[in-house]
Design a protein around this ligand. Sequence first.
Ligand SMILES: O=c1[nH]c(=O)n([C@H]2C[C@H](O)[C@@H](COP(=O)(O)O)O2)cc1CO
Ligand SMILES: [Zn+2]
Length: 196
Amino acid sequence: MSGKQISNFSPADDGDRVRSETACRKREDYLEWPDYFMAVAVLTAQRSKDPNTQVGACIVNPENKIVGIGYNGMPIGCSDDLMPWGKTAPNELDTKYPYVCHAELNAFVNKNSADVKGCRIYVTLFPCNECAKLIIQAGIKEVVFVSDKNHDKSEVKAAKRLFDLTGITYTKFTPKRRQLVVDFESLNSDNQKQFD
Ligand SMILES: O=c1[nH]c(=O)n([C@H]2C[C@H](O)[C@@H](COP(=O)(O)O)O2)cc1CO
Ligand SMILES: [Zn+2]
């Protein structure tokens, strides 16, 4: 063992004593499951090339294991640099909409389990009706979402109607923490090494 002494018997100073006592107990500010799964969805959304809306989805089984993640993007083999990313154009074929794969679709096709029956899905944006159909057919039982910014659109109204008819619950995500920071720099700091 290198670094500072953590034994209870010979603390070098008060700081060491406090650290040695806390080191013996479980951390209390650990990330809880819901925040963890939604954070995975949010992080995954950061992979999206969509300049307007980045969406992430994370499918979790009843044992709290992640079985699929996805974000919105162009189909495999369709260059992100050549496909249109705009919302409007004189010809709809020159917008992103006919081509982009939704985050939920990608989470399903990326799944690493035989099926996703009884799972829940964490999404950063409320699913559209097409994704709702996938969710239903796959046997997902619960949808947890952050943004419902498209609540006025018929795609979302239809999705809610489908969920209501099929008994799939949809819950607005309430985080325990207001924010979660990924700070790569801090991993190099001395704080991380205090119990080396
Ligand atoms: O269920 C969804 N899942 C999903 O991944 N998306 C993606 C498709 C588009 O790339 C983007 C929506 O773009 P916009 O907000 O500019 O209309 O979000 C959109 C929906 C619709 O709610
Ligand atoms: Zn969708």
